[in-house]
Write a protein that binds this ligand. Structure first.
Ligand SMILES: [Zn+2]
Length: 325
């Protein structure tokens, strides 16, 4: 797909200017940017039945790590900062295997691709699907609006937290689907639960790593404050939904609760090898001290979720029901 041609159309139809756009031709990661563009334009196309048509994807000319979803005059736009993509390429794709984390164990997991490549792909997917969920939340809205992935300006609102938790949940379901597909297609010979477990550990570890690498991850825990839920709460929400979906698809007799607990423990252990300081110990400590309040907070939003037909997960479930019939 021609990036320049497609962004030209977007400029004509939306409020985005050419100075907002990152043109990747002749840059060091040109081919990777092109690949991402092609793949996710197709993803948007596949999800167009959520009422998010016409959709556009572009890279924002900004080196900070962020992304945004915008609805403008019935055009649905996802913008990924060039800084986000470059960070993910340089952290996961290029350098991760050189880091001290022992990936040998995980490398056995992925057939035809290396562990760092899987982590790279999952982080990208997570970002894209999270933004996609924000577009889906706005498919029936008449308002123009932009939502940022990292937002330190917008004040707290219940609505905002609800939409963020929903976008994370939607993204977790998409990731779980992706991981299951990966397993089904690549593990023809050796579809053992042990292999599957390794893949799930790698995926869970990625979710933890990615959210903890956002700015604000070291903040004291808070509940009904700021534009986004606290990273610790986000991780609990994401992992919970991700593993729940896996269990639903494989059955608790195969992917047991004991296995689930083991996966989470191993994923944290891998992360404590990545982070130099005692970030993971602090994280686990906060988690255990605030377990009841986190649970209460998530239950509060779960109640709001159930009755809200504008949310992405509600629409996901509706679509799943239709597909079953
Ligand atoms: Zn968001």
């Amino acid at each position: 797909m021609d990036y320049i041609e497609k962004t030209k159309i977007m400029i004509e139809l939306t409020s985005i200017n050419s100075s907002d756009i990152y043109y990747f031709d002749s840059t060091p990661y040109e081919s990777e940017f092109q690949k991402i563009f092609d793949f996710y334009c197709e993803t948007l196309e596949i999800h167009s039945d959520y009422g998010i048509n016409p959709s556009h994807l572009f890279f924002i000319n900004n080196i900070s790590r962020n992304a945004r979803a915008t609805k403008y005059n019935d055009q649905f736009i996802i913008g990924l900062n060039s800084g986000t993509i470059i960070y993910l390429i340089e952290t996961f794709k290029n350098q991760f295997s050189k880091n001290k984390i022992n990936l040998i164990q995980l490398n056995q997991v992925i057939i035809g691709t290396e562990a760092n490549n899987l982590l790279y792909q999952l982080s990208l997917h997570f970002t894209l699907y999270h933004e996609l969920a924000h577009l889906i939340q706005r498919s029936n809205s008449i308002h123009n609006e932009t939502i940022l992935l990292n937002d330190s300006v917008t004040n707290f609102s219940e609505r905002k937290h609800l939409e963020e938790l929903d976008a994370d949940c939607f993204s977790s379901l998409c990731l779980a689907t992706h991981v299951i597909q990966l397993f089904e297609t690549n593990y023809k010979e050796n579809k053992s639960i042990l292999e599957f477990k390794k893949l799930i550990i790698a995926s869970t570890a990625t979710c933890i790593y990615y959210i903890l690498s956002f700015s604000g991850a070291d903040k004291e825990i808070y509940f009904h404050e700021n534009s986004h839920p606290h990273p610790i709460i986000r991780i609990s929400n994401i992992i919970g939904h991700f593993l729940e979906y896996i269990q639903q698809n494989y059955g608790k007799h195969i992917f047991t609760d004991i296995l689930r607990k083991e996966v989470v423990e191993k994923a944290f252990e891998l992360n404590s090898q990545i982070f130099d300081d005692n970030k993971i110990d602090k994280f686990k400590d906060t988690l255990s001290k605030n377990y009841i309040d986190i649970k209460k907070y998530l239950e509060f939003y779960k109640k709001l979720e159930e009755n809200d037909k504008s949310l992405a997960v509600y629409k996901w479930n509706e679509k799943a029901k239709l597909n079953k019939n």
